[in-house]
Design a binder for this molecule. Structure first.
Ligand code: HEC
Ligand code: HEC
Length: 134
């Protein structure tokens, strides 16, 4: 009986610990994050992505839970070959323009630019854009 009680207490505690860690939002990293796993390095700034956005817009739910691990975490977007078209593709996670399960950089930037061609070049272009200045 004692054992069952101890197990029950352990379970309840475990659930509390899990819930607490899931609810805790990490600190937003400093600007100038280098995303350098693709050929054309992108410098990402959280500060320019605050207006009208929430963390989960990018750090999307994984199995229903907020997830702040790096995009290329093993088992996530860890296929670095730019030709890979699977859901695990690192390149597609940022570039897929249509039909992505979650918003990508390019899908949102394209929407943001709307019919404005100059803004589209700026926000969704491959070269001389804000993402890829070179
Ligand atoms: C517009 C998209 C976007 C939004 C919105 C966003 N982030 Fe991020 N965040 C990123 C990207 C991209 C990275 C870099 C991930 C990588 O290098 O794999 C990142 C990295 C991070 C990291 C570091 C993860 C690691 O270990 O590499 C943390 C922590 C984080 N963000 C927290 C937040 C929080 C908290 C919010 C909301 C207040 C937020 N982010 C909003 C895109 C976003
Ligand atoms: C939900 C919409 C949304 C998503 C998703 C998003 N962005 Fe943006 N991004 C914007 C908007 C809006 C601006 C323009 C901000 C401005 O002009 O003030 C912007 C501007 C930028 C800029 C130029 C400003 C700067 O900080 O240098 C870069 C670079 C950029 N985004 C990179 C990214 C990358 C990389 C991702 C994906 C990891 C991403 N964005 C995802 C909406 C988004």
């Amino acid at each position: 009986m004692k054992k069952v009680f101890a197990l029950g207490v352990a379970l309840v505690l475990g659930v509390f610990v899990l819930a607490a860690s899931a609810a805790e939002k990490p600190k937003v990293p400093a600007d100038g994050l280098k995303m350098d796993r693709v050929k054309k390095v992108v410098v990402f700034n959280h500060s320019t992505h605050e207006k009208g956005m929430t963390c989960v817009d990018c750090h999307h739910l994984v199995d229903g839970v907020e997830d702040y691990r790096s995009c290329a975490t093993a088992g996530c977007h860890d296929k670095l070959d730019q030709k890979d078209k699977s859901i695990n593709s690192y390149y597609q996670a940022f570039h897929k323009a249509k039909g992505a399960k979650f918003q990508t950089c390019v899908s949102c930037h394209t929407k943001e630019a709307g019919a404005d061609k100059e803004r589209k070049r700026e926000l969704a272009g491959c070269a001389k854009s804000k993402c890829h200045p070179a």
